[in-house]
Design a binder for this molecule. Structure first.
Ligand code: GLP
Length: 261
């Protein structure tokens, strides 16, 4: 795992966006795994700007999002499809038919999950998976006790997650209790994983995920098993990391990061 500390939220999001953009420039047919949440808004803002200013081309890529709430239509402003259209897809030259999210309104949710996995495989697998982290330590909606080999499936949300996301819905009673999410195993199959966390409220969970034991109680910790996982944090999210100075040295000295410094 690589850990990169950036001075603030903006710099961290910009670095994540540059890594995604470079992936796309190196391979215009890249399959991108995408994430939602406040943290990702700044990343997508930078990608939209790069599209406008630097002709960053999305026309040949495919995207697969991590998750979607069960029961929400694409037109619902709280659905992740709506979020993706609003923050990224509507502002770049991506073909909407190449953008994929699980359908939380499918009549047969089990079949929807199996089909999602099959479609990822048919498209060639995910080249770069973008990830946020929830306060429960989840990646996607892989809540505590999610099997580390799990595949796309329906998952009940924890009280922590419901509390975290309920304000967007105008209260806990209005929020779905279930979601479809890629499994931890699905995420670990991506050729590269890139997790972004910013703000002091993520400092504790980031320390657990990066420096703590691999445990299904903090599914982000499963990234320790991945051969190419990069975690980008801002100073506020880095405060509880014990090996901060080591991570800073690596980023400042390893040749692979020279273009990003
Ligand atoms: C939701 C998503 C996660 C995301 C998390 C973080 O729960 N399912 O994939 O990582 O939000 O959200 P935020 O960036 O708003 O803290």
């Amino acid at each position: 795992m690589e850990l990169i500390i950036q001075r603030d939220k903006e710099a961290a999001a910009l670095l994540a966006a540059r890594i995604v953009a470079n992936e796309l420039r190196a391979n215009p047919h890249a399959v991108l795994g995408l994430a939602t949440g406040n943290t990702m808004e700044a990343v997508y803002r930078h990608l939209v700007r790069m599209h406008r200013e630097q002709n960053l081309d999305f026309s040949k890529c495919n995207t697969f999002n991590l998750d979607e709430y069960v029961g929400l239509a694409a037109t619902d402003p709280n659905s992740y499809r709506y979020f993706m259209n609003k923050h990224l897809f509507m502002h770049v030259n991506i073909k909407l038919e190449n953008t994929h999210l699980p359908d939380g309104r499918a009549a047969d949710l089990g079949a929807e999950c199996r089909n999602y996995e099959a479609l990822i495989a048919r498209t060639g697998g995910i080249d770069l998976q973008l990830l946020g982290i929830g306060r429960s330590g989840h990646i996607g909606f892989n809540e505590p006790l999610s099997a580390l080999r799990s595949r796309t499936r329906e998952k009940a949300l924890t009280p922590t997650t419901i509390k975290q996301n309920a304000p967007l819905f105008g209260g806990e009673d209005k929020m779905p209790r279930r979601a479809i999410t890629m499994g931890v195993g699905t995420i670990l199959d991506a050729r590269r994983c890139l997790l972004l966390a910013t703000g002091e409220e993520k400092a504790g969970i980031i320390a657990q995920a990066v420096e703590g034991p691999i445990t299904s109680m903090v599914t982000a910790s499963a990234l320790q098993l991945h051969q190419r996982a990069t975690v980008i944090v801002d100073e506020a999210s880095a405060t509880q990391l014990k090996e901060r100075e080591y991570y800073r040295w690596i980023f400042a000295n390893e040749p692979e990061w020279v273009e990003y410094r």
